[in-house]
Design a protein around this ligand. Structure first.
Ligand SMILES: [Zn+2]
Length: 232
């Protein structure tokens, strides 16, 4: 019993000392490792990246502040709430993110924040698997007023609130490009790059659907910040 009291006392004391030191900045914790502090998109994400992104979904001010501290070129757009389950709130049009896209698009602020980190990760994967930096992402759309899987009935898709993006292909600095349709499942550097890119999406987005999920996703990755946690 004495030993137990001693362990609890010294453990509490140690935790107290560390907390005090962190609070007074004697110990420096890298950005993004304290989930309650501001999200720094120019700094490497931590294990809490998805938690932080989800907190940005419900904190408009913190989200736009995070985008403003990055090198992203964007313009906030007026809310377009609608009662049919379609519309966009806390949205922005993006002109230039960490890498360029095939065309500008509008999306929720939190989705743009997640993409900014994801693009840096894809760039690192391109260098690792293909030996060339990522140059452009080919996206097929964010906002679309429709239901899941384009069915007549059922739930609204996350696309109905611009909280989702479909990505179909990637181009690289050496002039090459890779499409999900042509290279998915290949035992080649291109195929391994795509698998690693799909997997990396799960660190930042709640739902990631690719060719392994169903035939509707045979030619693109669907990434969204809805409530469902799916990673396939
Ligand atoms: Zn989609």
């Amino acid at each position: 019993m004495k030993a137990f009291i001693w362990i609890v006392t010294s453990l509490s004391f140690s935790i107290g000392v560390v907390a005090f030191a962190v609070h007074h900045s004697w110990i420096r914790i890298p950005p993004n490792w304290l989930p309650w502090e501001a999200v720094e998109l120019e700094q490497p994400p931590s294990w809490f990246a998805r938690l932080q992104i989800n907190s940005l979904s419900t904190d408009r001010r913190a989200c736009f502040d995070a985008l403003a501290r990055s090198s992203m070129i964007f313009r906030a757009i007026d809310d377009r709430p609608a009662d049919d389950g379609c519309g966009i709130e806390s949205g922005a049009v993006i002109k230039r993110s960490y890498v360029p896209y095939n065309r500008p698009f509008e999306a929720t602020c939190a989705l743009l924040a997640a993409l900014y980190w994801y693009e840096q990760r894809i760039d690192a994967l391109a260098r690792q698997h293909l030996g060339t930096p990522l140059a452009l992402i080919d996206q097929w759309g964010t906002y679309a007023c429709r239901n899941v899987n384009r069915s007549e009935a059922g739930r609204r898709s996350q696309h109905a609130t611009a909280n989702a993006i479909d990505i179909a292909a990637f181009s690289f600095a050496d002039g090459s490009s890779i499409t999900v349709l042509d290279h998915w499942g290949e035992d080649t550097p291109e195929g391994r790059f795509l698998t690693a890119t799909r997997d990396a999406g799960c660190q930042f987005f709640n739902t990631v659907l690719g060719p392994d999920y169903n035939d509707l996703h045979s030619n693109h990755f669907h990434l969204d910040l809805g409530r469902a946690r799916i990673c396939r």
